[in-house]
Design a protein around this ligand. Structure first.
Ligand SMILES: [Zn+2]
Length: 206
């Protein structure tokens, strides 16, 4: 469609130039604004036709605005979560459920994921062992990408390895098992089994 002059379908004389516009709509008692919607404007009759691919991209923007307002992951964010574990859309759909084409629909914005699905996706980013278990049940071997190096790690160890990388921890706010154990070993309890007497000493009246 690009590079070729488009003739206006309304007056059949004017030339169409691409334009972007914003729209506001009500959702759950809030007014949401969607920017960057695409369309065309006729230089002769002023008609503003919107073509099919523009409608599709616009719809995805509406859906993301809704999802943001409802505290759900957007299409791009769902895609990032899936890519984090190096899954195809088909694999993700088999692991998480929701139907054969669930993830392509979520990512395109054709369908908005349920709150339950949203929470499950987030849980899997934070806790790789949850994904490992679901993948195992679905009979899928996950070859997660190490986000620090871009290196696809050995499938068996990959899920745990991916969880331990700095970038993952930072982006998902994950405390790794290693960090947890380190923290445990350095915070030696002050007085072993006498913790209870410590507690009671707080209440002691001098
Ligand atoms: Zn026209």
């Amino acid at each position: 469609m690009e590079g070729k002059e488009l003739v206006c379908p309304v007056c059949e004389k004017g030339r169409l130039t691409p334009q972007t516009y914003s729209e506001e709509f009500r959702h759950g008692g809030k007014v949401l604004r969607v920017d960057g919607l695409e369309g065309y404007q006729c230089d002769t009759c002023g008609a503003d036709p919107v073509f099919e691919d523009q409608i599709r991209r616009g719809h995805a923007k509406y859906q993301d605005a809704r999802r943001r307002a409802d505290g759900l992951l957007t299409g791009i964010e769902i895609r990032a979560c899936r890519k984090h574990y190096g899954l195809t859309q088909q694999q993700a759909s088999r692991i998480f459920g929701g139907g054969a084409n669930a993830f392509s629909k979520y990512e395109r914005g054709d369908v908005i994921q349920s709150v339950a699905m949203d929470r499950l996706i987030r849980a899997c980013v934070r806790h790789p062992e949850v994904l490992a278990e679901l993948a195992d049940e679905a009979g899928i071997v996950v070859a997660a990408t190490d986000v620090d190096t871009g290196y696809v790690t050995e499938p068996e160890k990959s899920i745990k390895a991916a969880a331990l990388t700095k970038a993952t921890r930072k982006s998902c706010n994950v405390v790794s098992i290693v960090d947890y154990k380190k923290a445990q070993s350095t915070t030696v309890p002050a007085s072993g089994k006498d913790t209870q007497s410590d507690e009671s000493s707080d209440w002691e009246i001098a």
